[in-house]
Ligand binder design. Structure first.
Ligand code: NDP
Length: 460
């Protein structure tokens, strides 16, 4: 396949059929992994003009190599619940690409986790990490363990068992996991303790999202949510708008959502709705974030309880209804494929002007097409939510230097990084004839750096 290409410029048609052929191979090799297929398709659709201009990427088999993880680890996690019953979950780590740095990406604990979910997240992570400008490769992991309703002791026993196996494959220069859905500071703490015990060494840089008193970075907790808002503010600036005075809807009420709401409020927006996996709240006067933080971060309660303290607000069960609320800016910050074609049409008909993906792949391919067609400003996840992993890389840097930066220093760096991601993505989109299309721009800008590093390092 690759030897076909020997000329400097190849016809678009040849490239298109090459890309389609590799995509078919992905589907054949990874049957029943629809989320992974979706993530690959979104990237591949952007790359045709880059391959036309740079046939070397085909000669070096870059696409074929990028879609095949360097290593996939799947393992058993046995643990004992509070009733003394032995339970078994499945753990994953996908080490996708290490061309520009050690594998880096979060761990997700959620019953929906399977090979497809971990592979889509790991694949996206390659490009996201490249966009941050930091030296980090792409990886992702997790387990089908459901943290809901588990006691603190059960969480500890489970995470220790998880790390007993994962510790064989990670290290500060090898693979550096972090949190994601269901994995926050508590879980990272237990995992770090277990890793330290197994290794007999204090390797602070092996995990990020650590507590501040043992190697964590100021600003990491806030980074993904704040970064999401910084990116969308850049997007809006180009059309003379901003968060100030806007009405915003944010889905989810976890780590990303809470700090996206906080920053949006700080910039003068009114966030009127947020959700959890059971339903959503609508508070016309603007959400009281202190209540949400206490309910979700401290007490681990359902978002429905918000209306007991704020009787003017409404609670509706089910997640998708949140997109029927009129807003200027929508920030999906919960999970994949939460905005489908119907939700996208509702948002458009209610006058949304910008959508920024705080979660990973929250919009279906059909929803993205609608946003593009209707000229809604659309920020794709791998650019918009890259602030989390960017500050994770800053945490690794501080761990290596054995010093800590102030919150202001970290936040200033985060703002610069988000600005650069926006500029690089918009420039790549313009250069490759897709003005304003940040999906294409982010994919291309993220891809080129990794692809060039892979070529430089040979076929290994
Ligand atoms: P959290 O576990 O902190 O919060 C997730 C939130 O989304 C919760 O409110 C949860 O509800 C809700 N949720 C989870 N699954 C579903 C579902 N199937 N349907 C509806 N709502 C759901 O996770 P994060 O905030 O860390 O992650 C959210 C998203 O952001 C994910 O896509 C993640 O991959 C992405 N992301 C996270 C980063 C980070 O630094 N944390 C970095 C980059 C991306 P409930 O409370 O009921 O569980």
């Amino acid at each position: 396949m690759t030897t076909l290409v020997q000329h400097q410029h190849v016809e678009t048609q040849i490239v298109e059929s090459y890309v389609a052929e590799v995509y078919e191979l992905v589907k054949k090799r990874n049957p029943n992994e629809s989320e992974f297929h979706q993530a690959v398709k979104e990237v591949f659709d952007s790359l045709v003009p880059v391959l036309v201009e740079n046939p070397k990427y085909m000669e070096h088999g870059i696409l074929e190599r990028m879609v095949e993880p360097e290593r996939v680890i799947s393992f058993q996690i046995p643990w004992i619940d509070d009733q003394g019953t032995v339970r078994v979950n499945r753990g994953f780590r996908v080490q996708f690409n290490s061309a520009i740095g050690p594998y880096k990406g979060g761990l997700r604990f959620h019953p929906s986790v399977n090979a497809s979910i971990v592979k889509f997240l790991g694949f996206e992570q390659i490009f996201k990490n490249s966009l941050t400008g930091q030296p980090i490769g792409g990886g992702k992991g997790g387990s089908d363990f459901d943290p809901k309703g588990k006691s603190d002791r059960e969480i500890m026993r489970f995470t220790q068992s998880f790390m007993s196996e994962l510790s064989k494959y990670i290290g500060p220069d090898v693979d550096v996991p972090a949190g994601d859905i269901g994995v926050g500071a508590r879980e990272i703490g237990y995992m770090f303790g277990q890793y330290k015990k197994i290794r007999g060494a204090y390797e602070a840089g092996v995990l990020t999202g650590k507590g501040l008193n043992y190697g964590g970075s100021l600003g990491r907790k806030e980074a993904t949510g704040y970064g999401t808002v910084y990116f969308v503010e850049e997007m809006l600036r180009d059309s003379g708008r901003g968060f100030k005075g806007s009405t915003v809807v944010v889905s989810g009420s976890g780590n990303v959502s809470i700090y996206a709401i906080e920053k949006a409020h700080q910039l003068g927006a009114k966030v009127v709705a947020c959700s959890d996996s059971s339903g959503y709240i609508y508070d016309e006067q603007g959400i009281n974030l202190e209540t949400v933080k206490r309910l979700k971060e401290v007490e681990g309660k359902r978002i429905s309880e918000y209306v007991e303290e704020h009787p003017n607000a409404q609670y509706h069960s089910g997640c998708s209804g949140i997109w029927s609320i009129p807003c200027d800016i929508a920030l999906p910050c919960a999970t994949q494929n939460e905005i489908d074609e119907i939700a996208a049409k509702l948002l458009v008909s209610n006058g949304v002007i910008a959508v920024g993906e705080g979660a990973n792949m929250p919009s279906t391919l059909e929803a993205i097409s609608i946003f593009h067609e209707k000229k809604v400003l659309f920020g794709p996840a791998k650019a918009v939510n890259a602030g989390g992993v960017a500050v994770s890389a800053l945490e690794m840097a501080q761990n290596s230097m054995r010093l800590s930066w102030t919150l202001d220093e970290v936040d200033t760096k985060l703002q610069e990084i988000m600005k650069n991601i926006y500029t690089n993505s918009i420039n790549a989109a313009n250069e490759y004839n897709a003005p304003g299309n940040l999906v294409v721009g982010a994919n291309i800008a993220g891809f080129k750096k990794v692809a060039d590093a892979m070529i430089a390092q040979g076929v290994i």
